[in-house]
Design a protein around this ligand. Structure first.
Ligand code: UFG
Length: 329
């Protein structure tokens, strides 16, 4: 198939591009490089452009005879979304609807959507199954949920076949060392911890120690980015095989607290790291842990790299080799 990957120069997108190309698919990346990196796209054509440019989208879908779209391009920071909800609605809702409109106009049948655990909000059940209530605690989750809610109607009216993948905490780096996680500014826990180990940050800030969790710090389900990438291949194959549109969680079912992440990182880097407790970050739910039984059962997804130590080891290898991230290229 020929697949358009929006946001393919970003963290999860670039790892998925690599896996798709390896599997024998043709890939075109659309990215405005606001968050992504040219150097992260090494084996596919990169088109620099905006999601909101419907004409560009239609031309691209038509000229490249695209069979499927994987839609990674989005604003995706919980904290930032609390400050700038309008940007999140513009990028994640309006931008995505323009993409769907272009797909409808050209007749592209398959859509894999990057959704998030942030659609759930505070929990009534752990691990979280896909049919858990969705009451987001931040605009990021709300905007992803808004698109998810549109998809069944697009399927019913226009036959758009979709799979929505709700990522928990994507982490780690390409086990072959070619790709990694590089956000500017960096806000994610694991890269920040590793930057502290490299001496690029003074200390690890731990946001909140009064959550209702065993050690008082937030619990998250960290899932290796290469395992996420593999789930996209399975989703694509399932869509092509005629599976009914679905929503799947992508996590590994184990929760780790912020303190546990820091302690595991200390083991991996071989030294203790300076830490400071600060106040809670707005919008953060206390616990997010997935049940990924549905995708394991239905699509035979099997995470291979997702124990915390492997996640941090792969990330550490990339950060050591690329202390300036992609910026040096
Ligand atoms: N944290 C700290 N200190 C830091 C950075 C983060 O204590 O310097 C904490 C956060 O408060 C949170 C945990 O570490 O409890 C993980 O934070 P991240 O910023 O790494 O990730 P988030 O859980 O906020 O969000 C990530 C993705 C979202 C996705 C979510 C789903 O960025 O897109 O996982 O679980 F929705």
């Amino acid at each position: 198939m020929h697949i358009l990957i929006t946001g393919g120069a970003g963290y999860i997108g670039s790892h998925t591009v690599k896996k798709l190309v390896k599997t024998g698919h043709q890939v075109t990346v659309l990215d405005n490089l606001s968050k992504g990196w040219r150097a992260a796209v090494t084996n596919a054509r990169l088109v620099e452009g905006e999601l909101a440019n419907q004409r560009l989208l239609c031309e691209l879908l038509q000229a490249e005879k695209i069979n499927a779209v994987m839609h990674f391009a989005a604003s995706s920071l919980v904290g930032e979304s609390m400050q700038c909800p309008a940007d999140y609605y513009a990028n994640n809702v309006t931008g995505s609807l323009i993409l769907l409109e272009a797909m409808r106009e050209v007749g592209v049948p398959y859509f894999v959507f990057s959704s998030t655990a942030a659609v759930y909000g505070e929990l009534v059940e752990i691990p979280i199954p896909e049919d858990h209530p969705t009451i987001p605690t931040n605009p990021y989750g709300a905007t992803k949920l808004a698109l998810e809610e549109a998809l069944p109607w697009y399927y019913q009216a226009y036959g758009l076949r979709y799979i929505s993948l709700r990522y928990f905490n994507a982490a780690g780096a390409d086990p072959e060392g070619e790709l990694g996680e590089d956000h500017d500014p960096e806000t994610h826990l694991i890269p920040l911890v590793l930057k502290t180990a490299l001496g690029q940050a003074a200390e690890v800030k731990i946001f909140g120690r009064d959550y209702p969790t065993p050690d008082g710090t937030c619990v998250r389900d960290y899932i290796h980015v290469t395992d996420l990438a593999q789930a996209h291949i399975l989703a694509l194959e399932a869509l092509a095989g005629g599976v009914v549109p679905s929503i799947y969680n992508l996590g590994n079912g184990n929760g780790y607290s912020v303190l546990e992440v820091v302690q595991t990182a200390e083991k991996v880097v071989g030294k203790l790291l300076p830490k400071a407790f600060t106040k809670r970050r707005a919008g953060d739910p206390a616990i997010l842990v997935a049940s990924a039984e549905r995708i394991k059962r239905e699509l035979h997804w099997k995470p291979c790299y997702s124990d915390l130590q492997t996640i941090i080891e792969t990330a550490w290898r990339w950060h050591q080799k690329n202390p300036l991230g992609y910026a040096k290229y």
